[in-house]
Design a protein around this ligand. Structure first.
Ligand code: UGA
Length: 426
């Protein structure tokens, strides 16, 4: 039990908001969670969690006495001074982040002198300054999240660092109070100004995306020069200045964060008159990886018109049912526009994706998906795909062609089993 309890408000019961709320409850605090969707609030109050995130529903059940779900901001404001803003900031058509949901929250709480908005939502650099200019009575703290889907609870409880940005004209206690909430986690706390905190978030995601596009280009060149990108990544990653993470070559990054944040940072730079050359290339390489996978199918199958292509995996990565900006959706669309018939299978994500897959057939097992297929493309590295009986898969397929988009399968084993195997940079 935490002896310095601080009632907390969480605005937005999406993925970030729920993880934040559940973890602060785990740290001993009462949390008032506000969402505008009545049905969501009702189901959360019954202990039903609308998203798939390991460990989250257990925490929400365990702390049902500390977690209060409501649609009414009036239930939050009298109870908590720190309001963690966790609403989403999706990309708009121009590539800029759409801040309308953040703006609505500011309108609702802007007049207060007792409250601070603690910004967890990913926002453009300069957002905090502009909110403060309009509502200078309201406290403002930037506290970006660095949670990964699938390990978010653990990332929250064992962070590499906590970033807290505040601009002060004289002493204000709000950022100190936010910092105190994180002290039990014993992680380095980076206290800085708001604009720098906002930039730390965008720059971290953009750097990780750059790392992925970099290793993807090394993979593409390795295919030409006869090197194996897995070996190259292993050798590079042992250099502590480089590190082994985010060096997995494949079909490129997806999800609700990297594509959005890389584009947003590039756009933000452009709006300020600076052309961010590197990020333009990062985005191009990410697109290229999908085209190259289709090229590998064409190399072996010729035209794709009428060909049956099985996509294994729909989620943007394993251990999540999130399909936002998922590679599978891009591939399904492009393959169909090439005239191929596409079938897909995913252990958890097909229901969410059903409406976004165009005419692709949704199958209920991997075996069903590969039946009569001319090629299999491994899109998401779910462990069950490694465990497949590949002899049985071969017997079911019309042609034994596997394009392993994540370098996840044992290529040598598949070749021995009689498959034509194409990895990425292998
Ligand atoms: C990412 C960041 O990793 C988090 O730190 C951040 O908080 C979050 O965005 C956010 O801004 O909210 P997430 O989108 O959940 O988290 O997923 P990651 O595990 O980072 O993977 C992103 C994409 O990169 C996936 O499509 C994955 O398949 C791909 N990836 C990742 C690679 O292609 N290669 C790699 O080596 C690593």
């Amino acid at each position: 039990m935490n002896d310095s309890r601080e009632p907390i408000g969480v605005i937005g019961a999406g993925w970030v908001g729920l993880v934040t709320a559940a973890c602060f409850a785990e740290l001993g605090h009462d949390v008032y969670v506000r969402d505008i969707v009545q049905e969501k609030v009702d189901s959360l109050a019954r202990g039903e969690v609308p998203i798939y995130e390991p460990g989250l529903s257990e925490l929400i059940t365990k702390h049902s006495d500390r977690l209060h779900f409501t649609v009414d901001m009036g239930d939050v404001l009298p109870n908590a001074n720190l309001l963690f803003c966790c609403v989403d900031t999706p990309p708009s058509y121009s590539g800029d982040a759409d801040l309308s949901r953040v703006e609505r929250v500011v309108e609702e709480v802007g007049g207060s002198t007792d409250h601070a908005l603690v910004m967890k939502s990913t926002v453009p650099v300069g957002t905090g300054r502009s909110i403060r200019r309009r509502s200078d009575s309201l406290g403002y703290v930037s506290n970006p999240e660095f949670l990964k889907e699938g390990t978010a609870v653990d990332d929250f409880m064992r962070p590499d660092r906590v970033v807290i940005g505040e601009d002060v004209n004289g002493a204000t206690p709000f950022a100190d109070r936010v910092a105190a909430l994180y002290e039990p986690l014993e992680a380095p706390i980076v206290r800085t100004d708001v604009a720098s905190a906002e930039m730390i978030k965008l720059a971290s995601n953009a750097f990780l995306a750059t790392k992925i596009s970099f290793i993807n280009e090394i993979a593409n060149v390795s295919e030409e020069l006869g090197a194996n990108v897995d070996e190259v990544a292993r050798g590079m990653g042992l250099d502590q200045r480089i590190g082994p993470q985010f060096l997995k070559a494949g079909l490129g990054y997806g999800g609700s964060c990297f594509p959005k944040d890389v584009t947003a940072l590039k756009q933000l730079a452009g709006n300020s008159g600076y052309h961010f050359q590197l990020l333009t290339a990062v985005i191009e390489v990410n697109e290229l990886q999908k085209r190259r996978a289709i090229g590998k199918l064409q190399k072996h199958l010729g035209t794709l018109v009428g060909k049956e292509i099985a996509l294994l995996g729909v989620a943007f990565k394993p251990n999540t049912d999130d399909v936002r900006e998922a590679t599978s959706l891009v591939l399904a669309g492009r393959l169909q526009s090439e005239g191929a018939h596409v079938r897909v299978y995913d252990p958890v994500a097909t229901e969410r994706a059903r409406d976004m897959l165009g005419g692709a057939q949704v199958k209920t097992s991997a075996s069903e998906a590969v039946d009569g297929a001319d090629a299999v493309v491994l899109v998401t590295e779910w462990p069950e795909f490694r465990e497949l009986d590949w002899h049985d898969v071969k017997a079911r397929m019309r042609r034994p062609l596997v394009v392993d988009g994540r370098n996840f399968l044992d290529g040598e084993l598949l070749k021995q089993a009689g498959f034509t195997y194409e990895g990425v940079g292998r």
